[in-house]
Design a protein around this ligand. Structure first.
Ligand SMILES: [Zn+2]
Length: 420
């Protein structure tokens, strides 16, 4: 069977051995409950295409693993026997989302059931002369040692500012100076030294995870929706999320919408291109074209105080500064050209503007909309939603927690054991 390209998770192939079939049926139930909330056994069985007796057996297995819990009976008016809905449990199982930045690591730990356990930001030096993968592995192992009594760590998802190879374990990051760093191997080894062997270690690009979180949070039915995400703190990051999963493409680089060409003679971007979307709409460029700061001051401000940099633009536009308004209008057009091309190439149900683009959305939307006029008159694109995410910082760590939780739902037999 040919593996589908692009989607790493949630595509456990059916058929093959009976263990594989059991796993994919268990996962179908867990995904259904994740996506629909507490449900009756009848609805869950129907949603997963399972028969009643198979369902009874599988739910019994999931209950013994504390992945599913039976809720109090509900008596429906006029109906006969009261029914007991089932819901995700997962409280004994712990997952960690890890967000790697240049000089620090954010960690958020939660149960598979969704209870927050702890948040911490720890300083870390990933300079070129260090073995960055080893530094990261050590930081993660120290956090893993904090898992409280009565819980067991089952999955860690690591968000990196760079690309993850299709092997899922090596990372190339210009920002960190990593070229094929063996992050997965180093983290597994460090966890192994703590006796933590049955732990899934996943790695994803930071904005892939921010997009995953935004799509799951904003869309009514993420599991059957295609979304394109644009966000960032002061530079644009992006992702494609297909049916509630990150679309990774052939080499892990899909969804790089931030560097679409929008202006032939535009400014230079760190990516090596001129006139890519990021080069035209990043906060630094907007401060300069709006006449709020010169190039040097703008470059410094977006690093030292990105929130203030953004505030200057919002206040200028709100206060009627014509030069600021014009700069944001041009930025909206550039974003509109990129969005137009994305609509044509993937025809998403929704485009999400998050991070600083979400906060600037009121000023970007008029010119963005004008740019989409030709497109949205055509049938396939007419219902595309442009959604604005009310998120401060891009939800990278939160997305990592979601992906780590998914890893457990997608491999319940490998990562959990019956507890009773
Ligand atoms: Zn670029």
């Amino acid at each position: 069977m040919v593996e589908p390209v692009g989607l790493r998770d949630g595509n456990v192939s059916r058929g093959g051995g009976s263990g594989e079939l059991r796993q994919s049926n268990l996962t179908a139930i867990l995904r259904y409950l994740r996506d629909h909330g507490p449900s009756s056994r009848h609805d869950t069985a129907r949603g997963c295409g399972l028969g009643v007796s198979t369902m009874t057996d599988l739910v019994g297995d999931l209950r013994s693993r504390r992945l599913v819990v039976e809720l109090d009976p509900i008596r429906r008016p006029g109906a006969g026997r009261p029914t007991r809905p089932i819901a995700l449990d997962g409280e004994p199982w712990c997952v960690m989302g890890v967000h790697v930045e240049l000089d620090r690591v954010h960690v958020q730990a939660a149960t598979v059931g969704g209870t927050d356990l702890w948040h911490e930001t720890v300083p870390a030096v990933f300079a070129d002369d260090h073995d960055g993968a080893a530094v990261l592995a050590e930081a993660i192992a120290r956090q893993a040692a904090r898992v409280p009594e009565g819980h067991r760590l089952v999955a860690v998802e690591i968000a990196v500012p760079g690309f993850v190879a299709p092997d899922g374990v090596t990372v190339t990051s210009r920002a960190l100076g990593w070229d094929g760093a063996g992050v997965g191997k180093a983290v597994r080894a460090a966890l192994g030294e703590l006796g933590l062997v049955a732990v899934n270690v996943g790695i994803s690009s930071d904005f892939h995870l921010a997009g995953l979180h935004s799509a799951r949070a904003l869309l009514n039915d993420p599991s059957s929706t295609v979304a394109a995400y644009f966000g960032g703190v002061s530079e644009v990051g992006s992702a494609l999320v297909v049916n509630g999963e990150i679309f990774r493409g052939a080499g892990g680089g899909a969804g790089d919408l931030a560097h679409l060409h929008v202006q032939a003679d535009g400014p230079a971007c760190w990516c090596g291109r001129h006139g890519c979307l990021n080069s035209v709409v990043r906060v630094q460029e907007l401060l300069v074209t709006a006449g709020l700061r010169d190039e040097e001051e703008a470059a410094e401000l977006v690093v030292t105080d990105p929130a203030r940099a953004l505030r200057l633009l919002v206040e200028g536009a709100t206060g009627g500064d014509a030069k600021v308004q014009h700069a944001l209008e041009r930025a909206g057009s550039a974003l509109g050209r990129a969005v137009d091309d994305v609509l044509g190439s993937v025809n998403p149900h929704a485009v999400i503007l998050g991070g600083y683009l979400g906060q600037l959305a009121p000023f970007l939307m008029p010119s963005l909309d004008r740019q989409l006029r030709a497109r949205v008159h055509e049938g396939p694109y007419a219902d595309t939603q442009i959604l604005v995410a009310d998120e401060g910082a891009p939800p990278v760590t939160e997305g990592a927690v979601l992906a780590a939780r998914d890893a457990c739902l997608y491999d319940p037999l490998g990562l959990t054991t019956p507890l009773r």
